[in-house]
Ligand binder design. Structure first.
Ligand code: SF4
Length: 172
């Protein structure tokens, strides 16, 4: 069965949240957000604003869904503070590559992990395409849930902008 991307297109950040926590994804989809008060988010914004200062094709937004840090004739490039959330960052970049491929634009990806001074090169494979399409279907299903998925109780919850909402406000 062929997959109609137009029916499932979504924000790049939602792909990222899918791999971190389904509850976070659901809360974000419902417009519940505390991101602007979160230090890690502010840190990320500073890193973005000070990276690649001399590059021309910087911060390219497409359809209001994805925002690419840098695009050149071979690569799209993203900058991340560290690789702590490597899988979600990698899948978000693969989604960008997939999104561009649907527009007839073929690129490879690079993620620059600033703290570790490491660059990872990424290529979109057929397996990645299948995985992204499966996830897009599931994201649509999660968006339609009446109730938020359960707390995941992971150590990184303490750094999440929803931490108080999930573990303090809910217990009051
Ligand atoms: S605090 Fe934990 S359970 Fe709550 S949204 Fe964030 S990652 Fe998910």
């Amino acid at each position: 069965m062929s997959f109609d991307f137009e029916d499932y297109k979504t924000l790049g950040v939602k792909i990222n949240y899918y791999y971190i926590c389904k509850r976070k994804l659901w809360l974000f989809s419902k417009g519940i957000s505390f991101e602007k008060y979160n230090d890690r988010v502010l840190q990320g914004k500073v890193v973005h604003e000070t990276s690649y200062k001399r590059e021309q094709n910087k911060e390219i937004e497409i359809d209001g869904n994805i925002k690419i840090d840098i695009i050149d004739k071979n690569f799209i490039r993203e900058v991340k503070i560290s690789s702590k959330m490597e899988e979600s960052d990698r899948m978000q970049l693969l989604y960008y590559l997939y999104y561009l491929k649907n527009m007839g634009i073929e690129r490879r990806g690079k993620i620059n992990y600033v703290k570790e001074k490491r660059v990872e090169e990424i290529e979109l494979t057929n397996d990645d395409i299948q995985e992204i399409e499966r996830v897009l279907v599931e994201i649509k299903e999660i968006d339609l849930l009446d109730k938020a998925p359960r707390n995941i109780k992971k150590p990184f919850c303490k750094k999440c902008s929803y931490y108080e909402f999930c573990y303090i406000m809910e217990e009051c």
